[in-house]
Design a protein around this ligand. Structure first.
Ligand code: PGA
Length: 259
């Protein structure tokens, strides 16, 4: 299939796995996924596992990501972690603005924007999460919500950084619920996200940005979602905690890449 963007499949482990368990899971993923380069694979373990997982991934093409960070370089922010601290363990990506953080930790678009800029300033690529709640979808506000989150999260982002950005569209009602957006529903939002990016950065940049779908993606629905023209990967929660399921999703992307 003709898609000029490389698929990116990332596992968001959330609050799961001790460092020891994380090494086991990473090693299984590396074994299951194998030595391939046509799909980008990223693991995002908890902070306490970054060091160990970084070592476990050393000789593999699988990349390391974090689940969050603070925008400041240092200071009186008890319990927080900076971009530089993540880079020390060779993290390539960082998930920012996940709906769980927006909801449970009241993260605003302005705060997430500070993180996006700080990530780029430290050579970390953000995976910026956006998505509507069930209430918002039912009130027909999906596109408006996503528009606000994207524009708010990307204020002052230079064009040269924008092209390496990853966006994850994650309808909140689909996260961890087993309910998935239909491929058509997801594609509609992904296409409008790309239009917003075109408006902000021009068509050339917008065509390079990868937009992942997230929310109960699993081996059973991955292929039809990834087949959509503007779906360039997945941000996987539950199914990423099982190496075989996660690898099956990677293989679905790989199969489409080779078609
Ligand atoms: P899920 O989580 O795959 O378990 O729905 C996705 C996410 O929250 O990133």
């Amino acid at each position: 299939m003709e898609k000029h963007r490389k698929y990116i499949i990332a596992g968001n482990w959330k609050l799961n796995k001790t460092a020891g368990e994380s090494v086991e899971l990473s090693e299984s993923v590396v074994k299951e996924v194998g030595d391939q380069s046509n799909v980008e694979v990223v693991l995002c373990p908890p902070f306490t596992s970054l060091d160990a997982v970084s070592t476990a991934l050393e000789d593999s093409p699988v990349k390391l990501g974090a689940q969050n960070m603070h925008p400041s370089a240092s200071g009186a922010y008890t319990g927080e972690i900076s971009a530089e601290m993540l880079r020390y363990f060779y993290a390539t990506y960082v998930i920012l603005g996940h709906s769980e953080r927006r909801k449970q930790f009241q993260e605003s678009d302005a705060f997430i924007n500070e993180k996006v800029l700080a990530a780029f300033a430290n050579n970390l690529k953000p995976i910026l999460c956006v998505g509507e709640t069930l209430e918002q979808r039912e009130a027909d506000q999906t596109l408006e919500v996503v528009d606000t989150q994207i524009r708010g999260g990307l204020v002052n982002l230079p064009e040269k950084d924008a092209e390496t950005l990853v966006i994850a569209y994650e309808p909140v009602w689909a996260i961890g619920t087993g309910k998935t957006a239909t491929p058509e529903m997801a594609q509609e939002v992904h296409a409008s996200i790309r239009n917003i990016l075109t408006d902000l950065f021009g068509d050339e940049v917008a065509q390079k940005v990868r937009i992942q779908y997230g929310g109960s993606m699993n081996p059973g629905n991955a292929k039809e979602l990834l087949f959509q023209p503007d779906i360039d990967g997945g941000l996987i929660g539950g199914a990423a905690l099982d190496a075989k399921s996660f690898a099956e999703i990677v293989n679905a992307a790989r199969a489409l890449e080779e078609e």
